[in-house]
Ligand binder design. Structure first.
Ligand code: EPZ
Length: 424
């Protein structure tokens, strides 16, 4: 796909109104990969129609999987799978393609995949994924453009303690273990909600999993799984992005289906800035008109800490709050790529090591800037909505990877925004 889009925004309007939160990208992608485990049908409701999901769908189609959309319901028919090679170009465009390894090795006995691409937010190795596979009897071979991994026999359950908790490695291990021989115990698992949602989804397919919601998961291998219909949970990062867009413009919005119970750290920082909110009858009602307090230090952390995916987005909001704020990125080693672009809008941010020092309250001015990765793109949208004048954000395809029709969401909230020239 030739990315050609750019986002036009005219800032200065406080957001107001009500929108509904899309399905979670980071829950839907592993569920799509998990569908491969079963030679039958999977139906995902409330599935977000975003670029990363469409790429994952294309990868599955290349493997012989039949898919069909009806509005936000995605039907995935895995009765016939051909081959074991994941399309290089598609896999290289999206980091989460690595999540296919566990289910492909389980289903086909082998997989050939390019090194995962995705956001330029750090090295993003996959050593933890590979270690688990090796412990389960998988042979791994470096190939010219990626990896071959396979086992001539049924995978063997194992006990693994992750040296660092990893969302993707936990998910891949779960997928490899569901139909392995015997029991698998995974220690120091990631606690992100997407892991819990994947476990419930796998249980609905007939998997035997215990310890859900804790950092120690056990899986008893089964031989068969069943057709399943499942509803993708709402996206906690998209909900947080909408909340923080309203914060930056001092607006008052209502978010329907926001997963408030998964947004504690995000809401805490929102309150620290002076934001107010209440949640009743499934609606998160927010009022950012009193936002005025800088936040001395926000550290990103594993769940339930402040999510790294909200770090750039918070930075954009703190630029609008007079005073000194600080952010510390502890998960990825290169997640400040948006800083120079925010500076072009007048943002005053100094980066020293893991810390970003923000001097807020200097009025932001609309400018021509470029998105370099998914959450940085969202941060630029938020800064542009708060800025005086017009902005043009190039590389809109980064935003479209994770946010479904975000221009319609922001327009519905009164923001002046257009995406010109969608992905080719
Ligand atoms: C998932 O990425 C999410 N992506 C990311 O969201 C999110 O930022 C991240 O988890 C952390 O929450 C999806 O779910 C598709 P990790 P993942 O493995 O699985 C190191 C977004 O914006 N590590 O938890 O790749 C790694 O380098 C995306 O939606 C190893 O060292 O994250 C990083 O420093 C961005 N070896 C840390 O662990 C490994 O084998 C956390 O990575 C794997 C990871």
């Amino acid at each position: 796909m030739q990315p050609v889009g750019e986002i036009w925004i005219k800032g200065g309007t406080p957001l107001s109104g009500q929108v509904s939160v899309q399905g979670s990208k980071n829950a839907a992608l592993p569920m799509m990969a998990a569908a491969l485990l079963h030679d039958g049908k999977t139906v995902l409701h409330h599935c977000p129609r975003i670029a990363d999901v469409l790429v994952m769908e294309q990868i599955l189609n290349r493997l012989g999987v039949k898919t069909r959309w009806q509005d936000h319901t995605l039907e995935i028919d895995c009765r016939k799978i051909v081959g074991y090679e994941i399309d290089n170009e598609l896999a290289g465009s999206m980091r989460s393609s690595v999540i296919l390894m566990g289910s492909m090795i389980s289903r086909q006995g082998q997989v050939k995949i390019a090194y995962p691409g995705g956001c330029t937010i750090g090295k993003r190795p996959i050593d933890l994924h590979l270690k688990v596979f090796q412990n389960m009897g998988v042979n791994i071979r470096e190939e010219e453009k990626g990896l071959w991994a396979g086992s001539s026999t049924r995978l063997q359950g194992t006990t693994v303690e992750f040296p660092v908790s990893s969302v993707g490695a936990t998910e891949n291990a779960l997928l490899a273990a569901v139909k392995a021989k015997g029991e698998t115990v995974l220690k120091n698992c990631a606690l992100e909600p997407e892991i819990r949602h994947l476990c419930y989804f796998l249980q609905a397919m007939g998997a035997e999993i215990g310890g859900i919601g804790t950092d120690t998961l056990w899986i008893r291998g089964v031989c068969t799984l069943r057709d399943v219909e499942y509803t993708v949970p709402p996206d906690r990062i998209v909900a947080g992005t909408c909340l923080y867009a309203a914060a930056a413009t001092r607006g008052k919005i209502v978010l329907e289906h926001a997963p408030v119970e998964e947004m504690e750290a995000v809401l805490q920082v929102y309150e620290k800035m002076g934001g107010q909110w209440v949640c009743n009858s499934g609606k998160l009602k927010t009022d950012a008109r009193e936002i005025r307090y800088p936040v001395s230090l926000t550290e990103t952390a594993r769940y339930p800490g402040f999510p790294t995916d909200m770090q750039s987005i918070l930075m954009a909001v703190l630029l609008t709050v007079p005073g000194e704020s600080r952010i510390r990125e502890t998960i990825f080693e290169d997640r400040y790529k948006v800083v120079p672009e925010l500076a072009r809008m007048g943002g005053c941010i100094a980066v020293t090591g893991k810390d970003a020092w923000i001097r807020g309250g200097i009025p932001l001015c609309g400018a021509k800037v470029k998105a370099l990765e998914l959450r940085g793109a969202a941060a630029l949208v938020i800064a542009a909505l708060a800025a005086e004048g017009e902005s043009l954000i190039s590389n809109s395809h980064f935003l479209e990877r994770g946010y479904e029709e975000f221009e319609n969401v922001i327009s519905k909230l009164g923001g002046k925004i257009e995406i010109r020239g969608k992905m080719g």
